[in-house]
Design a protein around this ligand. Structure first.
Ligand SMILES: [Zn+2]
Length: 73
């Protein structure tokens, strides 16, 4: 059985934790109105955004798990 991709925020690319209820769709607590999607690629953990080139590229300013590319139609 394949594991389902977690949701990622289309706005800030953060990977969202699984919702408590199985079929709920999680929301980004930083951009609550943003779209979320399971259609993303590349997984990166940013520990220290101030020193990370990837963080700068992704416009990330807080540590966390991020998707490198979020596909939004
Ligand atoms: Zn977000």
């Amino acid at each position: 059985m394949m594991a389902k991709n977690p949701f990622a925020c289309a706005e800030c690319s953060i990977i969202l934790p699984d919702p408590e209820k199985k079929n709920d769709i999680p929301q980004c607590n930083r951009c609550p109105s943003a779209q979320v999607t399971t259609d993303w690629q590349g997984y990166v953990i940013i520990m220290d955004p101030e020193r990370s080139e990837i963080a700068k590229r992704l416009n990330v300013d807080r540590p966390g798990k991020y998707a490198l590319k979020v596909n939004i139609r």
